[in-house]
Design a protein around this ligand. Sequence first.
Ligand code: UDP
Ligand code: MG
Length: 172
Amino acid sequence: MANREYTLVILKPDCIVKSLTGNIISRLSEARLRIVGSKVVRVSRELAEKHYAHLKEKPFFNDLFDYFSGKIYGEDYERVLVFVYEGEDAIGRVRRIAGATNPFEADPTTIRGAYGRINQKGVMENVIHSSDSPESAEKEIKNWFKPDEIVEDIYPTKKVKLDGSEARVWAE
Ligand code: UDP
Ligand code: MG
């Protein structure tokens, strides 16, 4: 494959609240990529701060966390669905289907343009996250997944001793 890429995709809590999960996965399947990892995750403050390190110091980070963790929708929705997609130009393909960050500026045929909104706190509830470069994809995938949760060897790993047994972790 000429330009094999991996990308982290997160279906954010608003996607789950709006029952859009199946719809969004169908839209993504049109990109002809392959899922190599998937799970449902409850987002801790620590994980959110790692994932959105570039926004951690922004005045709206608390409100962003309340949205991204699903807290604003109640306990039943405090979760996200996380995927690693693999394929030719995976990062660009998913970003194009997702649309611009601001749902009001996004093309109306994109996921964010069709289903996003800006909430009363000013947070852009835009349904989906996807990595924006190979470097951030690698960083993000390593933050969200352990090597053994991905069905292919995508980045180098190493073996470490954990409580007497061996575990595989990301090499760096
Ligand atoms: N965000 C927001 N207001 C802003 C910037 C970001 O609500 O002014 C939220 C929005 O949900 C966005 C996320 O923070 O998707 C991450 O921001 P980023 O600039 O990385 O945009 P993305 O990569 O998601 O398009
Ligand atoms: Mg981003």
